[in-house]
Unconditional design. Structure first.
Length: 467
């Protein structure tokens, strides 16, 4: 997952935080750099608002559906602002806004219900569900609106209130989204706070927070979990990924090349569940490399606000440096650039879409998460070797298998150690399905009813049967 900005001098109250346009590297706007001490009052207000918000589920449903309509009406402003600060092409920003409103509608109408337990005793036991209280959310810069809504939609629908902190690299559209939604919700149900560290650390460890939900790097996720543990707050962590795509011997290389390319390079490769490494049969390796390289050489890279751009810039300077470092190390390790391999000579944080061959399996671009527009393609001799290599990682977010024989592909998919496997596509999620990683890719579950129940606690009432 994405890196975080470096520490600066200690906070000064009233200081402003510059937000850069990644297509130019220039400041496009400033936001408040809030002091961690300000969180006490914010969380107190969120707790006070929780008393009424949790009490009326019908009112919550109505309010969240109204909020979804408000997000749609603000779509033009939200999408253009998102592209300016994040860099992605404008159509992708519009898709992110649409996903945000759709998620609000989905969770608004999801009812946890209750369950009666029948166990032979003369007692009527009913399990009901209650909200937790104020929830803290910390969101990265790759999908600011989509990941924010993945946290606040189920939390608010469950009857909690939320304090949400976006990345210092991309606070603008999230701040506007918060204003749009808060205009139709009761005061202090959803609060957006902006600033650099240690604001997020203080939010995660605040004793008034009952659930912390975080998306970001594994290293930071561990720190978030440690902070939340002090108050015994529940934790949901969606962390890094190093998803492998295994191509089978019967794969139609040209038939899947476009889908495979975009599974790796969408959002400039800045997707936690993007394809990060490809394993191809040795006899097809050169064909796969050339097919992906052709697309990398012909895709249009440019500012996200330009109508013809298909790929935008890397979001920020630290991440660009990471991409450059991993690519240079791959070459030092004996790898070969087939497409790209360099920063583009223009303003902003542009890096040419890069396809690598002959990279040894120990190189960091294979073993770690590059989180950028760089893709290594590795050959394998037999399926056992491919599966072993795919599983040989500390991550366990997703993976995919590509081939003509879908039954064989599914048999291979069953052997992958990750939370989600796709067959002949990758990184497509329904609002109704669970999303969870294993190993160092996270804790807890997002999405679908599982995401709603993650924001609730069971409450059991016993009464004598017949009374």
């Amino acid at each position: 997952m994405p890196t975080h900005p470096p520490e600066r001098a200690p906070h000064v109250r009233g200081e402003r935080l510059p937000v850069l346009d990644p297509a130019t590297g220039q400041v496009c706007e400033e936001v408040a750099d809030q002091h961690p001490d300000e969180l006490d009052a914010v969380i107190d207000r969120a707790h006070a608002a929780w008393r009424d918000w949790r009490a009326d589920s019908a009112a919550r449903t109505s309010a969240l559906l109204t909020a979804a309509d408000a997000v749609e009406r603000a779509g033009d402003d939200l999408a253009s602002l998102l592209t300016r600060e994040q860099g992605k092409p404008l159509p992708e920003s519009y898709a992110e806004v649409a996903r945000t409103s759709a998620r609000l509608r989905y969770f608004a109408e999801l009812d946890p219900g209750s369950q009666q337990i029948t166990d032979g005793r003369p007692v009527r036991s009913v399990v009901r569900w209650r909200p937790l209280g104020p929830v803290a959310a910390i969101v990265p810069w790759n999908f600011p609106l989509q990941l924010a809504s993945a946290k606040f939609a189920p939390a608010l629908a469950a009857g909690n209130t939320m304090v949400l902190k976006p990345s210092p690299f991309t606070p603008l559209a999230t701040r506007l989204l918060g204003s749009v939604i808060s205009s139709v919700l009761p005061e202090d149900v959803l609060t957006i706070v902006t600033g650099r560290e240690p604001l997020g650390a203080r939010l995660a460890s605040h004793p008034g927070i009952r659930h912390v939900t975080f998306t970001g790097s594994t290293l930071t996720g561990r720190a978030v979990a440690e902070g939340a543990a002090a108050g015994l707050a529940r934790v949901t962590l969606e962390l890094g990924g190093n998803d492998a795509a295994i191509l089978l011997e019967d794969v139609d290389v040209e038939g899947i090349a476009d889908r495979l390319f975009w599974a790796a390079f969408r959002n400039c490769g800045q997707v936690c569940m993007a394809v990060k490494r490809v394993y191809a049969p040795a006899r097809l390796h050169s064909q796969v490399v050339e097919a992906l390289a052709h697309r990398a050489k012909t895709v249009v890279v440019g500012p996200g606000l330009d109508p013809g751009s298909e790929l935008g810039p890397v979001n920020n300077a630290p991440q660009l440096a990471r991409v450059e470092r991993y690519t240079a190390q791959a070459l030092a390790d004996g790898g070969r650039v087939v497409a790209g391999g360099r920063r583009l000579d223009r303003p902003g944080y542009f890096f040419a879409p890069t396809v690598l061959a002959d990279v040894p399996s120990h190189s960091p671009v294979v073993t770690e998460e590059q989180f950028g527009p760089v893709l290594p393609v590795l050959p394998y001799r037999n399926l056992d070797e491919a599966v072993e290599a795919a599983n040989d990682t500390g991550f366990g977010l997703g993976g995919s298998v590509w081939g003509t024989d879908v039954d064989q592909a599914e048999a291979v998919a069953d052997r992958l150690e990750c939370g989600t496997v796709w067959i002949n596509h990758h990184a497509e999620l329904s609002l109704a399905q669970p999303f969870a990683g294993i190993k160092e890719s996270g804790l807890g579950v997002a999405g679908g009813p599982w995401g709603l129940y993650g924001n609730l606690r069971p409450f059991v009432v016993h009464r004598p049967e017949g009374a």
